[in-house]
Design a protein around this ligand. Structure first.
Ligand SMILES: Cc1cc2nc3c(=O)[nH]c(=O)nc-3n(C[C@H](O)[C@H](O)[C@H](O)COP(=O)(O)OP(=O)(O)OC[C@H]3O[C@@H](n4cnc5c(N)ncnc54)[C@H](O)[C@@H]3O)c2cc1C
Length: 284
């Protein structure tokens, strides 16, 4: 199908983009979700603002232990070893290979992915687990929202329609943090049935820090707080990781049934994948 007719603007500045949004435009970033929706006639924006010519949005910066990812940083950037320092970069590099396939990773953006807010998104789950903050700009000013408050449901966020998601910020992970990312899906290019990202800090043989992000385990990305609580203060071991997996499956996840994967099956996958991801993050 062809998209319905629309007007097309190419703002040259963030202020111009924000003005376009105030006039009712929808942002075009990588176009990997928006254009598909328009072709399928499930999205009918009358005005599209293509932000790809706005300078300064394609940068990754690290200042005072915080990584800032601009709105035009493509998925593939995170495939490069060292693009982001330390364990955070390692975690992103492990996750990004699960996102779609190379042409989509070459154009799609991390912030476009957070704006789209698919419940199975790898970036959305990591944003919640890692205490990311999204920066939103409109003609009314700039505000920041913690990722855990930003995602409200499938394809629903706290972003107002006239707000441009200009950047997402992550605190860097401590150098002695172990990370892992695992995923279960039907085919190589399918969205995740369940995906799990984890960051574990073990000091003097005891788990002192735990972050677990879950994708497609509820109507929105989740941080597995109950599972994390079972880990803190314990020595890393297979029984401890198995118990954390069971806590994530029974007390954190709230899976909805999907074709090929009912709720019981998906809880089982959560338990297995969480335990496996933790074991990879902190080998025992
Ligand atoms: C075949 C296929 C497989 C895929 N597989 C996966 C997968 O496994 N995992 C995964 O996470 N994703 C997957 N995706 C989605 C892909 O990651 C997209 O790149 C991403 O969801 C959207 O990013 P984008 O930059 O292309 O945004 P666009 O398509 O340009 O925009 C998406 C939406 O977000 C809005 N938007 C974009 N940027 C901003 C901004 N800065 N401020 C405000 N609003 C904005 C747009 O207006 C639009 O509503 C897949 C897509 C396809 C087509």
């Amino acid at each position: 199908m062809k998209p319905a007719a629309f007007d097309y603007l190419v703002p040259q500045t963030v202020a111009g983009a924000v003005d376009a949004l105030a006039a009712g435009a929808q942002v075009l970033a990588g176009g990997q979700s928006l254009l598909l929706e328009m072709h399928l006639q499930r999205a009918h924006p009358a005005l599209v603002a293509d932000i790809n010519r706005v300078p300064g949005l394609d940068t990754l910066t690290v200042v005072d232990g915080t990584l800032t990812v601009g709105a035009l940083v493509r998925h593939k950037t995170f495939e490069s070893p060292g693009a982001v320092p330390g364990p955070l970069g390692d975690l992103f590099a492990r996750a990004v290979g699960y996102i779609a396939h190379p042409p989509i990773r070459a154009r799609g953006t991390m912030t476009g992915n957070l704006a789209w807010a698919h419940p199975a998104s790898e970036w959305c789950a990591l944003a919640v687990a890692l205490d990311a903050v999204v920066e939103l700009r409109s003609t009314r000013g700039t505000r920041e929202i913690p990722a855990e408050d930003y995602f409200l449901g499938p394809f629903q966020t706290a972003r107002d329609p006239d707000e441009l998601l200009t950047a997402v910020r992550y605190p860097l992970l401590a150098p002695d943090t172990g990370v892992a990312f695992t995923e279960h899906r039907r085919t190589g290019f399918s969205f995740a049935q369940v995906a799990v990202g984890a960051a574990l800090t073990v000091r003097e043989g005891v788990i002192t820090g735990a972050r677990i992000g879950l994708a497609n385990c509820a109507d929105r990305p989740l941080r597995a707080h109950n599972a994390e609580r079972t880990l803190i203060g314990s020595e890393p071991s297979q029984p401890v990781f198995t118990a954390a997996g069971e806590a994530a499956a029974e007390r954190d996840a709230a899976p909805v049934p999907e074709p090929y994967a009912d709720v019981d099956y998906r809880r089982h996958v959560v338990a297995v994948l969480v335990a496996r991801t933790l074991r990879e993050a902190a080998p025992v």
